[in-house]
Write a protein that binds this ligand. Sequence first.
Ligand code: AMP
Ligand code: TRP
Length: 328
Amino acid sequence: MKKRVLTGLQPTGVITLGNYIGAIKQMIEFQEEYDSYIFIADMHAITINQDPIELRNNIKSLVALYMACGIDFNKNTIYIQSDNPYIANISWMLECNTYYGELSRMTQFKDKSKKNANFTSGLLTYPVLMAADILAMDTDYVPVGIDQKQHVELARDIAIRYNKKYGETFKIPEPIIKSTGTKIMDLQYPDKKMSKSSENQKGVIRLLDDLNVVRKKIMSATTDSEMVVKFDTVNKPGISNLINIYSSLTNKSIKEVESEFKDSNYGNFKTKVADVVVDVLSDIQNKYNEIINGDKIDEILDHGMLKNIEISKVFYEKMKKSIGLGRK
Ligand code: AMP
Ligand code: TRP
């Protein structure tokens, strides 16, 4: 039997070229090797304030975008977290077996609660909901960024403690720390990561950006005054970033890219980078439009929802019984 891998994505903001190059490629590798589950963590998103219309639009849009990037619905079970009412119930039962001290020590909670004095209690209990996502799906592996590793470790602690108290119930999941891969930098500030949450739009390419705007962003990327296309992240961070983008999207090595452009000026080089990025995005956007406007996506999400419910319901019933809830 294939091992089960599960990951959740928050539906906040349109994903960037950095996410595509740094993360989605790895997810596409996982889908070949594992029994793979991907869900939209919309309940996690509301731990901070969200505009309801925007949030709801983002949910299906994100599913369609991942599929357009190559996440195959035949190889992944794809669902929306809030479509399954058992998860929040399981989360409650786990919360009552998790200590306030453990939750208040989480790094993400400490950071986020410092930023806003009016934080919600959901921000504190967020990792327990995440533990419910993971444990109630009988998960073996959880690929996450390093910032989420602590939450997966807490899920392990919760599972171990629960099993001791109520008898063998949960599998103990393991985090897989996503390889950092190629880090794509902001086009305007190449010393900063290209980030979904960046305020300056000029340096960030989002997968659904207008293609003319994408071209302009690349043409006006920060470079240097040396005029040689050479990979040197210390002295030439802007050019090195463009080399990385070009190399990742064409599968050419850095050396090959350097030699391809050894006689080029920056204008020519940028034009070629823009051509490749626009090509890739145009393909993604065409597929995205087809998916978001078709009816297949609801079918896929319904199928995922039923599978998610079927698996988690067994845990829910078992937990209720062991804890002593409900009728005999
Ligand atoms: P985030 O959007 O920051 O939650 O990140 C989601 C995933 O995308 C993580 O696995 C990150 O490692 C990856 N990622 C985000 N931004 C970049 C970037 N600029 N370059 C490479 N990978 C990135
Ligand atoms: N908290 C994760 C994030 O912000 C998203 C998430 C929710 C998740 N539930 C999960 C990730 C379960 C992995 C497994 O990125």
